[in-house]
Write a protein that binds this ligand. Structure first.
Ligand code: FRU
Length: 457
């Protein structure tokens, strides 16, 4: 029983150890993007590239497609599905603040990036100095124009913080230098929405010499419309400098310049993991803006991007190989532990079978021994019985013989005694004595007769 418990303990220990080997903590990171576009694709690539380096984390990226209700439900999805941290680029500050505050106050860490919320209900905020980008764009306007800039502004989205800051930075710098925003309307960050707006603003303000768009997609829309209007003289500036769209548009002379809006996807994941692991992190990060991308550097940036894409491809390949190796390794390790567990189990079973076999054998031997003793006792009893019977028989025979031998003389004694007892010439004392003798002779005869009768029977 004691040994059985030891075996059970070993098996339980091995199974637990096996389970522990396969169960390591994986942090679930949810990223809620407000939309899906070239700039965010670049950022998502960076996020996925960074996550490859962290075995203990996995990420799910959701896009709200510019819809506040969709983004609210995406954030709820992350909160309800056990995500450890939520990274959000809020579509509009006002609409998204309540849900972010709710989630943050429920104890789930939240990182806000790119666009901001109202207040500071977040664990960390990683933003870009959009005002400085705006100022840089205004600077550039003065640089490429010989006359004071008369600007049509294609605003991002009213209520989204980068648009407000890009406007403020640009407007302050422009007016300070003697330029002017002659018209401003929101294109909601989209090319499609920007096209009719640029069209009508151009018609209303033919004096414009520069279009400042809050992102490259709207700047490309502006370029298409100015060409359609035959206004190739109008300079166009965008923001984002995502390689596939913005930088390419500059290299192809579709727009005049774009300003790099840093994506820094890797920084988001690093900050998230620092928060989750209780390591130090910066609560407020403002990434500085860089200089303009124009014809002078667009080609080299595109080339760099190509190299980066190629390196990323190789990294992915390598990661796939490593994953493959790990999958094989972990299945082999599990197999190894499983084999050990099975061997231990088999030994245990073998031991138990052997033990019960020995026990059975010992039991059988004991039974056999008891049987043998019983048989011996029975035989002894039998022979004793036989001897007893023999003794009884010979005793009986002896008695019969003796009785026979006694009966004849007794009969011979009894007759004279009986006659003497009937005689009347005896003294009373003699008569009494002979009566006693007669009586006892009769008793003796009766006894002997009974012995002889019993013997016959
Ligand atoms: C992408 C985007 C960018 C812009 C940023 C501002 O969704 O519209 O073009 O720079 O968002 O938040």
């Amino acid at each position: 029983m004691k040994k059985l418990s030891i075996y059970l303990f070993i098996i339980t220990f091995l199974t637990t150890a096996l389970a522990a080997c396969s169960d390591s903590r994986i942090y679930k990171i949810g990223v809620s993007q407000c939309s899906q576009d070239d700039w965010r694709s670049k950022m998502n690539d960076e996020i996925n590239r960074e996550i490859m380096l962290h075995e203990d984390a996995e990420v799910e990226i959701r896009s709200a497609d510019d819809s506040n209700p969709k983004q609210i439900s995406d954030i709820r999805y992350f909160a309800d599905n056990g995500f450890d941290i939520i990274i959000v680029s809020p579509n509009e500050a006002q609409a998204l603040t309540p849900i972010i505050k709710e989630v943050y106050e429920s104890g789930i860490p939240v990182i806000i990036f790119d666009r901001n919320i109202i207040g500071d209900s977040y664990t960390a905020h990683i933003g870009v100095d959009d005002k400085s980008i705006g100022r840089g764009a205004a600077h550039y306007a003065f640089h490429i124009l010989t006359e004071p800039p008369k600007v049509i502004e294609i605003y991002g989205l009213r209520g989204s913080t980068p648009a407000e800051n890009r406007h403020n930075g640009f407007a302050n710098e422009l007016t300070a230098g003697g330029g002017k925003i002659i018209a401003s309307e929101a294109g909601n960050w989209n090319k499609e929405e920007a096209i009719p707006i640029v069209d009508s603003l151009l018609k209303a303000h033919p004096e414009a010499n520069l279009i400042y768009a809050h992102n490259d997609r709207m700047a490309i829309a502006a370029s298409e419309i100015t060409r359609r209007h035959g206004r190739n003289d109008i300079k166009i500036i965008g923001i984002d400098a995502a390689p596939e769209i913005g930088i390419k548009a500059v290299a192809d002379s579709i727009i005049d310049a774009t300003f790099l809006y840093p994506t820094e996807g890797h920084r988001l994941i690093q900050t998230a993991l620092a928060i989750l692991k209780g390591e130090p992190y910066q609560r407020e990060v403002e990434i500085p803006a860089s200089s303009a991308v124009d014809l002078s550097n667009a080609d080299i940036l595109l080339l760099q991007n190509e190299t980066l894409t190629e390196e990323t491809r190789k990294m992915k390949l390598l990661k796939e190989k490593i994953d493959d190796y790990w999958a094989k390794h972990s299945s082999q390790t599990s197999l190894f532990y499983a084999s050990i567990a099975i061997i231990v189990l088999l030994f245990g079973v073998f031991f138990l079978v052997l033990r019960s076999f020995w026990q059975h054998r010992r039991h059988q031997m004991a039974l056999m021994e008891r049987n043998r003793l019983l048989e011996e006792q029975r035989d002894m009893q039998k022979s004793l019985n036989e001897k007893l019977q023999e003794a009884t028989q010979s005793k009986l025979m002896f008695f019969t013989n003796v009785s026979h031998d006694l009966r004849t003389p007794l009969t011979l004694i009894s007759e004279p005694v009986s006659q003497l007892a009937d005689a009347n010439n005896l003294t009373p004392q003699q008569h009494t004595l002979i009566k006693i003798a007669d009586k006892n002779v009769k008793i003796l005869r009766r006894l002997i007769n009974r012995i002889l009768v019993d013997d016959k029977n």
